[in-house]
Design a protein around this ligand. Structure first.
Ligand SMILES: [Zn+2]
Length: 226
């Protein structure tokens, strides 16, 4: 079994997933933390040039911070869903729709004080997904990418080795709201995406905020909703 690594870049969990030559990086963390990111890599004895691919689960600023520097120094390709591309390029402000009282309060606060980080121009080697299922075997990774809309319309998740689901903000494990994310552009789509993730029978689910959760916790929450 391959070993993946969790990196906390600010309040965002990013992950390094092994491929056959180096690593796939899931998300690039809170803006302005590039030095912190490098320090973590150093501590775990990974060189930035070993990152071959960066999967952006979605466009929110706490997931695409440090993207420009990481791409510049790793020369990694970037993978993102087509429905998120405009936000990378134009620095369009994200609309955050709160799913509960805390989310609604926070959405006002965050929209007011946070602007997106540097724009990023996708290059011809980058991968823009339009498919609902995208296998990664041809890139040397034992996994598949699923389109899991709801938190944002172009959110994507990775099922790795058939056992581990890396889901960005499609699921959040925060006090009081877990596993519901604080924000969702479309709740109906979000619950469909949960069903989709569960249909792959993952053992463990890794959200970008909070600790991992079991598939059974997600399943019971879904049962209560429907
Ligand atoms: Zn988000």
């Amino acid at each position: 079994m391959s070993v993946f690594k969790k990196l906390c870049i600010g309040p965002t969990n990013c992950f390094l997933i092994p491929d056959n030559k180096g690593y796939l990086l899931i998300d690039t963390g809170w803006p302005g933390r590039y030095c912190h990111f490098l320090n973590i890599l150093k501590r775990i004895h990974i060189n930035i040039s070993e990152i071959n691919l960066i999967l952006l689960t979605h466009h929110h600023y706490d997931h695409i911070g440090n993207l420009n520097q990481i791409v510049l120094h790793s020369q990694a390709r970037v993978m993102i869903h087509s429905q998120e591309v405009q936000y990378l390029k134009n620095r369009t402000k994200a609309t955050l729709k709160g799913t509960n009282f805390t989310g609604k309060l926070l959405s006002k606060f965050l929209s007011k004080f946070h602007s997106p980080p540097q724009p990023f121009e996708l290059r011809k080697q980058d991968i823009i997904l339009t498919e609902s299922v995208f296998p990664l075997h041809h890139l040397g990774i034992e996994g598949i990418v699923l389109h899991t809309p709801g938190h944002t319309l172009g959110s994507i998740s990775l099922i790795f080795e058939g056992k581990f689901a890396f889901v960005g903000d499609t699921i959040m494990n925060l006090p009081f709201t877990s596993p519901l994310p604080l924000f969702a552009e479309d709740l109906k789509l979000l619950f469909k995406s949960w069903e989709r993730i569960l249909s792959y029978n993952p053992q463990t689910i890794y959200p970008a905020h909070g600790n991992s959760i079991t598939a059974s916790k997600l399943y019971s929450k879904l049962k209560n909703i429907s």
